[in-house]
Design a protein around this ligand. Sequence first.
Ligand SMILES: Nc1ncnc2c1ncn2[C@@H]1O[C@H](COP(=O)(O)OP(=O)(O)OP(=O)(O)O)[C@@H](O)[C@H]1O
Ligand SMILES: [Mg+2]
Length: 234
Amino acid sequence: MRIPSGVSGFDHLIQGGFLPGRLYVLSGPPGSGKTTFTAQFVAEGLRNGENCLYITMHESREELVEDMSSFDFGFETLAGSEQFRYVNLASQQGKRLLNQFSQSGNPSSVQSLTDKIVAFVNSREIDRLVIDSTMLLELFFADGDEEMTRFLTALKGCEATTLLISEMTDPSAYSDEHYLAHGVIFFHNYLEATGMTRGIQVVKMRGTDIDCDIRSLQFEDEGIVVDPTERVDF
Ligand SMILES: Nc1ncnc2c1ncn2[C@@H]1O[C@H](COP(=O)(O)OP(=O)(O)OP(=O)(O)O)[C@@H](O)[C@H]1O
Ligand SMILES: [Mg+2]
């Protein structure tokens, strides 16, 4: 069984959809479409009656809904569903919500955060999980690499199909999450005299036949649309 992404054209690049329960990392420059892609992924799940959890520290629920309401994939209505859980880790409410699942120990420790997220996902039977983004994890991770590895390993083990946004500070340098994830998707945008050229590239997808070429990505009224037949050079 494959999980549809909710992004028109994209599933053609990955044999019909994501493999369930796996961890996918989305990387790319500012404004390249990462957050919009994850909102469409959640909207698709909600349309299918799935439980979805969105964890962020970048914006309030209202801001996300407002930004996505300029598209017509119905996010503002779907986000009102009981099956949608939104956690803004930067807010007091977000911290309290996560604390309900705290086992013990230092609330700022990575083990605690990891346990809370995994407990939340498992107890609420979350089907689709989005984390926007790894930058937020730095707030919780005192010692970078080792704690990130533990966190990613826990995410790989949880039952939700997970999209993790990871900004790349150095576009030529892969990070641990790219190696650990089951799949990696790169977003591209490039400003030319004629305007912005946008693309999306499946860099890796374990268990799936992919070709790694960059395809055209456009923002349309319905949200992000990928043209699987149109290759883009950067
Ligand atoms: N109809 C539209 N509605 C909203 N945004 C649009 C639309 N068309 C194009 N865009 C552009 O899409 C971009 C938003 O993309 P998105 O927030 O998904 O990017 P991102 O990769 O998450 O960026 P960041 O790394 O800054 O969070 C904005 O720069 C916006 O100008
Ligand atoms: Mg974003």
